[in-house]
Ligand binder design. Structure first.
Ligand code: HBI
Ligand code: FE
Length: 291
């Protein structure tokens, strides 16, 4: 492992050795400090998530029996995951090109960042590291519906790229897999990996008065921009996780036809037709702009 990889600078400068961009996880090379970073993050989220993350996430996490005190070994995770939903976890240096990413998903391989964030970046980082990818995504891959949805996204991603609508499709991934909320019988819950892997956003997404919470609608989401630099201004809520199964099986082409030429929505707006669960005050992002 090069110094650049260890420090998470990998993707920009990295020359893939293998065409699929996978690397060895090199589990034995993680330092005590890196395992300690995992432990800090793991324990913090384990305290926050009961009552906030959806049942499927909490059950998946439990069944994977990840330890608090060390970064998981991908081969061990893959064994459990393979038995449950036929998925594997493979190591990559960081972000990989879209087509490489989609090709993995289409084959039920989840590419997880090998590196872990440094102790001074516990709350925010640009590239997906092992905590975001493994703690955030892998528990949901234990759920058969998410397992099928992610594979369909990989297949659909290759097609959307060819049709020039990848920007629109990526919004669906963003507002479901990364930042999705779901209506559970006992309340609103998180299933998005970007939220469950963030201490601050786990609270903000559910409890803050600032963001909008709007019922998920495919065409609306295909047209909605998102932000990658801060909390979301709007969250989209699925009535049921099983709705992802519908999204995994329908033909997107008629939607692409309509949204290809349509204008896009800014992240913080409410539009005609929205089923609004919470109309946000927008206060957080207004203040952020002044900072
Ligand atoms: N690579 N490792 C990794 N993880 C991602 O989530 C990822 C990626 N490459 C591209 C990508 N995501 C997205 O931009 C696509 O969903 C469009
Ligand atoms: Fe992610």
């Amino acid at each position: 492992m090069s110094g650049a990889e260890k420090h998470g600078l990998a993707a920009a400068s990295y020359q893939p050795q293998r065409p699929d961009w996978t690397i060895d996880q090199g589990w034995a090379q993680y330092t005590a400090e890196e395992h300690a970073t995992w432990k800090t993050l793991f324990e913090r989220q384990s305290r926050l998530l009961p009552g906030r993350a959806c049942d499927a996430f909490l059950e998946g996490l439990q069944a994977l029996s990840m330890a608090a005190d060390r970064i998981p070994d991908f081969e061990q995770l893959s064994e459990v995951l393979m038995r449950r939903t036929g998925w594997q976890v493979v190591a990559v240096p960081g972000l990989v090109p879209d087509d490489v990413f989609f090709e993995h998903l289409a084959n039920r391989r989840f590419p997880a960042g090998q590196f872990i964030r440094q102790a001074h970046q516990l709350d925010y980082l640009q590239e997906p590291d092992v905590f975001h990818d493994v703690f955030g995504h892998v528990p949901m891959l234990m759920h058969p519906v998410m397992a099928d949805f992610m594979q369909a996204y990989g297949q659909g991603g290759l097609r959307a790229k060819a049709q020039g609508v990848l920007e629109q499709l990526a919004r669906v991934y963003w507002y479901t897999v990364e930042f999705g909320l779901v209506q559970q019988s006992d309340g609103l819950r998180i299933y998005g990996a970007g939220i469950v892997s963030s201490a601050t956003e786990s609270v903000f997404a559910l409890e803050d008065a600032s963001p909008h919470r709007v019922r998920f609608d495919l065409e609306r989401v295909l047209r909605t921009q998102y932000r990658i630099d801060d909390f979301q201004e709007s969250y989209f809520v699925l009535p049921d996780l099983a709705d992802l199964l519908h999204l995994a099986t329908i033909d997107f082409d008629p939607y692409y036809e309509r949204v290809r030429t349509a204008s896009s929505h800014r992240p913080g707006v409410i539009v005609a037709g929205d089923q609004v669960l919470t109309r946000g005050t927008g206060q957080y992002h207004r203040k952020a702009k002044e900072r």
